[in-house]
Design a protein around this ligand. Structure first.
Ligand code: UTP
Length: 289
């Protein structure tokens, strides 16, 4: 199974992150020193996904620009002898090939993926949600690609969430066929706690086969009036064509303020130049709160 394309939907309105996102895309809010979406693209690149399809909207062109050259800035850095910074900003433009597709109306994640149909053609592809951050020994999407290749099947990434959080996610029901690997029988989008079939939540990483587009075509608006990707995945599950893999790593939903702020601290704590001062300031803050 060849998988070198990834669809990264970034066209949503980011209402949970307002007012910060009134004019700045949620995916461009910085986590530590980089915009959120750069971490997602880096994860794609290190997993061999060199062809990125952004699903974008007309107000978020800045996302594509971030992955392009900024020749004026480069000249300034060059003149100032700032070689390290110059290499860093150039490298962002050279990471991946980018195609951008407009989602003209924000009808949900499923609809965003359907917008990629012409760009993806008849290939297998990954989907990485543009505000979902994963860090660990092995890139999150690579963990799914390995299983999709060996099983020749679509795979969704899942993580165990507390019972109280199941209503925020798509939840799977399935049989564990190997440790951390499940045959998916059913998926429910944002179930009430009492109706959740498990605590295994679908997170923003998928490897899909092109047959998903036929299912997406048929999906009617579901939870929240949106075309849900979960509902199309149901079609694959019913045909016994869907696996789930428990992803290992730290996950942050950049659209959630607690996760967003924690992600900033997580990275800063990994920077030796900042760590001690930051810990000191956090201690001071905690002692006066
Ligand atoms: P979210 O579920 O976080 O939705 O989307 P959102 O609309 O951006 O944010 P809130 O809930 O209003 O705060 C997950 C990812 O899917 C993209 C978003 O840009 C985000 O990266 N998305 C969502 C689309 O591309 N199109 C859509 O119609 C919806």
């Amino acid at each position: 199974m060849i998988i070198n394309k990834v669809v990264i939907p970034v066209a949503g309105w980011g209402t949970r992150s307002l007012p910060a996102t009134k004019n700045i895309p949620k995916e461009m809010l910085p986590v530590y020193k980089k915009p959120t979406v750069q971490y997602v693209v880096e994860e794609a690149m290190t997993s061999g996904l060199n062809n990125v399809v952004f699903i974008n909207n007309q107000n978020k062109k800045i996302i594509e620009d971030h992955f392009d050259y900024n020749l004026t800035l480069e000249r300034v850095l060059e003149r100032g002898g700032k070689e390290k910074l110059l290499a860093e900003v150039r490298q962002v433009a050279e990471m991946v090939n980018i195609i951008s597709v407009r989602q003209k109306v924000q009808l949900g994640l499923g609809h965003a993926v359907l917008c990629a149909r012409e760009a993806v053609k008849n290939d297998n592809f990954a989907v990485m949600v543009g505000d979902d951050l994963l860090f660990g020994a092995e890139p999150g999407i690579k963990q799914l690609i390995d299983v999709a290749r060996s099983e020749n099947m679509a795979v969704v990434g899942v993580m165990e969430v507390p019972q109280s959080k199941v209503s925020n996610y798509g939840i799977i029901a399935g049989e564990e066929i190997n440790p951390g690997k499940y045959k998916v029988r059913n998926l429910v989008e944002k179930p009430p706690v009492s109706e959740a079939p498990s605590r295994l939540a679908v997170i923003g990483r998928y490897v899909l086969t092109p047959e998903i587009f036929e299912h997406l075509e048929k999906v009617e608006p579901g939870v929240g009036g949106e075309i849900q990707l979960t509902d199309a995945l149901q079609g694959l599950a019913k045909a016994n064509r869907l696996l789930a893999v428990k992803i290992h790593g730290q996950r942050f939903d950049a659209g959630d303020w607690v996760d967003y702020l924690t992600a900033n601290i997580y990275f800063a704590l990994h920077d030796e130049d900042l760590r001690d001062d930051l810990v000191q300031r956090l201690r001071e803050l905690l002692s006066c709160s």
